[in-house]
Design a protein around this ligand. Structure first.
Ligand SMILES: [Mg+2]
Length: 219
């Protein structure tokens, strides 16, 4: 493989840490306090915008005149260091993967930098592609994948993508990538044909990958 494309949130650290709920709460707070949406409509609109646009932010920009940059700064303003710890073994194992390692996240660059810094993974990745990469078009839309491959200068068939959201791997597979789902407990497998392998946590990826590289087949 030439490139390893990693999602950030709930992929490089487990969903069981309480980081994402902090961001979640900031999103609700933003919708009410900054965008002026009545509290009792926040949940419904959030669900609708997420469904219609793939990101709450895009709906807020379209229908409430929200500045995406203001939104990104606000919702990611959480104390990352209070819930994440350095992962030196993970840093070592990921660094040893034979190829370029990049981040592709629907979050912001600053958030990614803070998370990677606390985890001690900053030096593992040569690029961080955030939600600005394709003009706020998020995964699973094809644009950010296309742009990532363009920037890397490699075809999808030379890439592995590691993600905690299965649907985001569907697009990856359409681009010919090998796909790895982070699925703690390997929950009820839905048998998605576009998921090549499921692992409990990212720490298991390097081993899974070396088996794949030897046999050209995930096991
Ligand atoms: Mg994620």
């Amino acid at each position: 493989m030439d490139a390893f494309i990693f999602d950030l949130d709930n992929t490089l650290y487990p969903a069981s840490t309480s980081l994402f709920p902090l961001i979640d709460a900031r999103i609700n707070q933003y919708m009410h306090e900054r965008a002026g949406i009545p509290e009792d409509r926040v949940d419904e609109l959030r669900r609708r915008y997420w469904k219609d646009y793939g990101l709450t932010m895009v709906g807020l920009a379209r229908h409430h005149g929200v500045d995406p940059e203001d939104y990104l700064d606000y919702v990611h303003d959480v104390d990352v260091a209070s819930v994440l710890r350095p992962q030196p073994e993970l840093a070592h194992a990921l660094s040893a993967l034979p190829g370029v390692k990049v981040i592709l996240t629907n979050g912001s660059l600053n958030h990614a930098l803070r998370v990677l810094e606390v985890l001690g993974l900053r030096d593992v990745f040569t690029e961080i592609f955030d939600v600005r990469l394709a003009a706020y078009r998020p995964k699973p839309y094809p644009e950010p994948y296309q742009e990532t491959l363009l920037r890397l200068g490699v075809p999808g068939s030379r890439c592995v993508m590691v993600e905690d959201i299965a649907l985001n791997l569907k697009t990856a597979k359409e681009f010919g990538m090998a796909t790895v789902l982070i699925d703690p407990g390997n929950g009820p497998g839905k048998g998605e044909a576009y998921v090549d392998v499921r692992i409990d946590e990212v720490a298991l990826f390097p081993d899974a990958y070396s088996r794949f590289a030897r046999g050209k087949k995930w096991s």
